[in-house]
Design a protein around this ligand. Structure first.
Ligand code: HPA
Length: 273
């Protein structure tokens, strides 16, 4: 059980290493960790050394918090995200978001690898998240001490900030990068989906499928942070192409998209309100 004191200990530790107040927390998804190389004036803090932080065990998730400047903005960057499939609880996965908020960050920028469910997309496409569907897992606010907050029933009508869509679209246009929008369907994993699950997800309105994002967004919205979500389609979801899926393609596509994704993120973050 996390108490206000638990958060405070993590916040105080990170604060002792920082020379600025972070404006945003950026979370880097599978295969996208090297976007952190764009940061300047960096300070590295491993998850291991931060009180109460869980460690990343997913492949390609280094497990360090990097504080630095990106496009002139002070940011904290999670190089390695936490997932439910690692055995963590939703509140563990969302813990860093609350810590970042208590450090002063008012924005959350999420990146993730995902499977393309909507056949309008192709492998390698960048897609801005406009909404999510989570019908498979309780969120991080379940069981939360209500005295900590003024309400349990937070509004999720605008989970992803609408002003951020127009900004990201404008930046993408300028950089000649194609950027779609779509609904993210959360599945807890770690097994990939069956073709029947993917057909059901499409029927339910999912454009993309992935194993992260939602717990972080819920916590951020609980704390009044503005949220932007960027997804890279690393593979078409199960059954869409008549071929088995491999973990390797996620990393290959992440690597290939590195410059394009990094460029868009940098342009977006530089001007985000
Ligand atoms: N399913 C779930 N998560 C994913 C996928 C997928 O096909 N690709 C990348 N992350």
């Amino acid at each position: 059980m996390y108490t206000q004191d638990t958060y405070r200990q993590a916040v105080d530790y990170i604060k002792s290493k920082l020379s600025f107040t972070p404006e945003a927390l950026i979370i880097l998804g599978s295969g996208l960790g090297n976007i952190a190389d764009e940061l300047e004036d960096t300070v590295y803090i491993t998850y291991k050394e931060i009180p109460h932080f869980k460690i990343s065990t997913a492949p390609g998730h280094t497990g360090q918090l990097i504080a630095g400047r990106l496009a002139g903005r002070n940011v904290l960057c999670m190089q390695g995200r936490l997932h439910i499939y690692e055995g963590y609880k939703p509140i563990d996965v969302a813990f860093p978001v609350r810590v970042a908020s208590e450090l002063g960050a008012t924005r959350l920028v999420l990146t993730c690898a995902c499977g393309g469910v909507n056949t309008d997309y192709s492998v390698g496409d960048l897609v801005m998240l406009k909404d999510y569907i989570n019908m498979t897992h309780p969120g991080p606010l379940v069981g939360m001490d209500v005295s900590d907050f003024d309400t349990r029933f937070i509004d999720m009508s605008y989970a992803f900030d609408r002003d951020y869509f127009s900004l990201a679209k404008a930046k993408a246009r300028k950089l000649n990068i194609s950027l779609g929008t779509g609904v993210y369907y959360y599945m807890p994993g770690p097994q990939l989906e069956t073709p029947a699950e993917i057909r059901a997800i499409r029927t339910l309105g999912g454009d993309l499928v992935g194993m992260s994002v939602v717990h972080e967004v819920i916590m951020a919205r609980r704390l009044g942070m503005r949220v932007a979500g960027f997804a890279l389609v690393t593979n078409m979801a199960a059954g869409i192409l008549d071929a088995p899926l491999t973990e390797e393609e996620i990393f290959v596509e992440g690597h290939k998209a590195r410059e394009r994704f990094g460029g868009l993120l940098k342009a977006f973050i530089g001007d985000m309100s």
